[in-house]
Structures are given as C-alpha cells and as structure tokens.
Design a protein around this ligand. Sequence first.
Ligand code: CO
Length: 269
Amino acid sequence: MRLRRAFSNGQVPLFDPFLLLDNFGSANPADYMAGFPWHPHRGIETVTYMLEGRVAHGDTLGNSGVIDAGDVQWMTAGSGIIHQEMPERAEGRMSGFQLWVNLPARQKMDVPAYRGLGASEIPEIETDTGNRVKVVAGSFGTAHGPVSGLSVDPTYLDVRVPAGGSFDMPTHPGYTAFAHTIAGSGRFDANGEVVASAGETLLHGPGESIRIDAADAPLRFLLVSGRPLHEPVAWYGPIVMNSQEELIQAARELRSGEFIKHARPVDEE
Ligand code: CO
C-alpha cells in the first residue's frame, strides 16, 4: 500500500494524543491492492476515513463489511484486535486517511469496540460564509459528530473553504490541534505567514482560536484536536503501550495465541 505518512513515532510527543496520520491514495491499483492484510493492534484507536473507493474489512470482534467513500470506521483496539483492511476492486482511485489516537494507560487494556459510521451519519453544516464542515467527532457550531465521550475528547473535522474565504474556530486551551491539507492552499495562522498546500500538516501552537485563510482556489483540510495524555509512549509497530515490559508481553501473547482477550462484541449499555 502506497502511503504518505504525515507524522508517526518520530514525532512523539508533539502530536499527543495523536500518534500517526497516514494518507493512502492512488489512481493506480498496483499501489493499493496489497491492502493491509491481517495484523494486530493494542493500546490505541484507529480511525479510517475514506474519501474515494471502497475497503472491505474484518476483525476478531466479528465485525465485517465495507467502508465506502465518506464513511468512517472508528476502532478502539483496547486490549487487542486483529483485523484486515483490503481494497474492494482493482480499478479507479482510492484514497483516505488513517489516524491513530492514543488511549490513556487506564484504558489500554479495555474491551475493544468498533463504530462503523456511514457517510449519512456524519453531519455536515454550511456556515454563512460558505464553509462546509463535516463533523466526525466533537462539535462545530451547532453540529455534533457521532463520536463523543472519549477520554481525549477528540474533534475531527473535514473542512472546505471557498476560494478567498476564511475559517475560524475557538480551541480548548492546552489541547493539541493540527490541520492536514487535502486540496488547495492557504494561510494557517492568524498572522497569515504560514502558507501550506495539499499534503502538508500543520501543528498549531498554543492559543485560543484557529484561523485559516484559503488562497485563490477552494481549500479542503482535516482539522483534528484532542486533549494530550502526557504519558510515556512505548511503540512497536501496530502496538502502542506505556512501557517496554508491556510491549514484550504483547509480543509473547501474539506468539502464544493469548493476544486476543475478547473475540465477541460486548453489548453496549
Ligand atoms: Co490496522
């Protein structure tokens, strides 16, 4: 799978509580048909947002289905899940994002959970200045995303700003916030000095608001924020814990077949 990795373990703890952002996408099936065959996760949440194409998935919780363009899969690996994500067909463009959200130490071994969100479940609002904002998590204006109640209090927005337009949003003091540009270019700070174009990631500094101005073409970006955990990070591939001992234990459990603690979805409520 051809990936553009916006940030990852080399940037810890800059993006805390976010660990990794991948942009997968290509018009060439040879770049994407390998997909992500069966692999484990523990200690994190993975958030897949499809922009184009379709991906079939299956996991050890018994979930399986297709993530279509506009859909989001918010998967809490917790104590451990093994899943796969494979492109559905070998034609046309496929693109999307995968974000890894860290779990606090006290929740890393919780029961895994899975939310499959169809595009129609993700509210989109249009502001009076013509911005269109899809709210996957958190809230924007009067729109509330379907994902809430998580300890890092994430906001996940897909924002489109018309050419020459601007976007403003208050932020929580002390939270981490970053933008990742999907299309177009713009100025990403209040002084208008930080210019970025498609594929670039901008980590916002401390402050009480974010202001982003589109250049002379429509601008589209992801805006993500959350409460940092300020905990030690021990990271090995798809497993992110707090200590080396926990990583060694996970590797031992993978070898012995004891990695998966919960193989059935637990009833919600
Ligand atoms: Co995965």
